[in-house]
Design a protein around this ligand. Sequence first.
Ligand code: C2E
Ligand code: CA
Ligand code: CA
Ligand code: CA
Length: 279
Amino acid sequence: AKSSGRSTYAFYSQELTSQARQRVELVTALRQALEQGQLRLHFQPIYDLQTGTISGFEALVRWQHPEKGLIAPGIFIPIAEETGLISAIDHWVLEQACNQAREWLGQGHPLGFIAVNISSRLFGNGELDLQVATILARSGLEARHLELEITESAVMQDPDAALELLQRLRALGVQLAIDDFGTGYSSLQRLKRMNVHKLKIDQGFVRGLPEDRDDAAITRSVIGLAHNLGLKVVAEGIETADQAAFLLAQDCDYGQGYGFARPLPADEIDWRPSELCYG
Ligand code: C2E
Ligand code: CA
Ligand code: CA
Ligand code: CA
């Protein structure tokens, strides 16, 4: 029994070691990916629901791995967050997104905003406003065209510091959005004090629309709450015309989702108005 126990233990620890090794390899490869230009940005259009035209885009990072192909952020963002590599990635994304937006505007596209996801790490380092100001100056993009998507959990880590940082970012002139709204625990009081411009309703609430009564009630009240506070609302994860029609009927301002368009490389974007709920 003793020897079998030992061999089980040996097997188990070997497993752990190989898992740990895989992780270290992934982190090393990711650091290289950043240095060797293997990261890519895809852009998902965000539509004005009233007109069906594109208002802006959300920039979403992908990893073009030389052997494994295109890797989704769900695989490497969590590891990048744990190791701190995320700040360098976010910085790269910010810069690329601002440059792309500047290029589109230069080509005469009526772009309202480019939205960039900000990790809690970058949000928490206290210097985000300086970094954003530098990148804006370098790219020549006007601040009003840049939107930062911040999660409730990033704000909750240090609410007082977060409120001050949000204030400084607002003063720069960038737009602020709370991402995945409804999945965190921010109080209405705090929401009011955060003084952001937009709420993004999490796709978990959009999925059940229009049939699910709870999801319908939640989206309706989030839209009402946001509008009463003077905020715009984006619904994400819209996949069907019924969902889009329901949200339009509830006066939701913007929509994003596979039903409109998937995230795409910049040169594959179709700028024509969507026919999802207007056809
Ligand atoms: P998120 O910020 O909530 O982004 C929305 C995600 O939903 C994206 O997944 C998008 O492709 C996906 N999506 C859009 N429409 C639909 C739809 O109709 N149905 C479904 N099922 N999904 C839809 P993606 O690109 O895989 O990104 C996943 C998450 O990774 C993002 O969630 C965000 O938290 C993170 N992420 C992506 N890019 C960045 C980045 O540049 N920086 C940071 N810090 N995080 C990023
Ligand atoms: Ca987002
Ligand atoms: Ca989101
Ligand atoms: Ca999400």
